[in-house]
Write a protein that binds this ligand. Structure first.
Ligand SMILES: Nc1ncnc2c1ncn2[C@@H]1O[C@H](COP(=O)(O)OP(=O)(O)OP(=O)(O)O)[C@@H](O)[C@H]1O
Ligand SMILES: [Mg+2]
Length: 225
């Protein structure tokens, strides 16, 4: 069964009198454990699509399903809850909390989920070790390199074992070697925990490492949906 599915998804942004059709009739699906790249030129709708799938924004029409739940029609409280428990996010700009250390950044989601302090700490230290950051647990984001910050972000997304991880250009700010290391790490976590990954990218190297590719152009799926 598809763990992520969109049905004729449309998104129109209105700014003043200008309307931009960012997505038009996008129907895609991904099964459990897939590792899929979303590719397409700048402005083709990648970020918009990830935001709709993650429930960070609402479609103009069409539907998004996470498992058998139709999230496009869900009340916002229930949607936040679903996001917290079933979806992990990784962003291009890392989006770590600057005043918190690496381990505190990773613990934060589990704090919202109500896990005990001991569980939070144990799980965070284990996952930081898995992403190669032992020794850096107590460093703040500004004391870490870009690649290390993105590893913290990956650890934060993975730690509560969500079913899906959505990553918007996770390697865009990294040099190609660091980006490739990050990809290998995400592929390992994908296999180890059977987390479904959907990530957007401009880079051929990243695309080549993904098991499946969906191509967008001008808000349409042109291949692989
Ligand atoms: N908040 C917004 N308000 C108005 N228009 C927007 C908004 N966000 C995106 N758009 C427009 O929607 C279209 C799709 O944008 P989107 O950011 O999804 O593309 P993208 O494929 O992620 O591009 P990039 O590769 O540059 O990140 C573009 O024409 C963009 O200008
Ligand atoms: Mg984008």
């Amino acid at each position: 069964m598809a763990i992520v599915r969109t049905e004729k998804l449309c998104k129109v942004y209105s700014t003043g009198k200008v309307e931009t059709v960012a997505l038009k009739d996008v129907s895609i699906s991904a099964s459990k454990g897939e590792f899929t790249a979303l590719v397409g030129p700048s402005g083709s709708g990648k970020t918009t699509l990830l935001n709709l799938i993650g429930g960070l924004d609402r479609p103009s029409s069409g539907d998004v399903f996470i498992g058998d739940e139709k999230i496009s029609a869900m009340k916002s409280g229930k949607l936040s809850d679903l996001r917290l428990h079933r979806i992990g996010f990784i962003f291009q700009e890392y989006n770590l909390i600057p005043v918190l250390s690496a381990v505190e950044n990773v613990e934060y989601v589990m704090l919202l989920q109500g896990l005990s302090r001991k569980d939070r700490r144990e799980r965070s230290l284990k996952i930081l070790d898995e992403v190669g950051l032992s020794g850096k647990e107590h460093s703040r984001p500004n004391e870490l390199s870009g690649g290390q910050q993105q590893r913290v972000a990956v650890a934060r997304a993975v730690v509560s074992k969500p079913e899906i991880i959505l990553a918007d250009e996770p390697t865009a700010n990294l040099d190609s070697e660091t980006g490739s290391e990050l990809m290998k790490m995400m592929l390992r976590l994908n296999e180890e925990y059977e987390i479904t990954f959907l990530l957007s990218t401009h880079e051929k190297m990243v695309m080549d490492m993904c098991k499946r590719v969906i191509r967008l152009k001008d808000g349409h799926v042109i291949d692989g949906g």
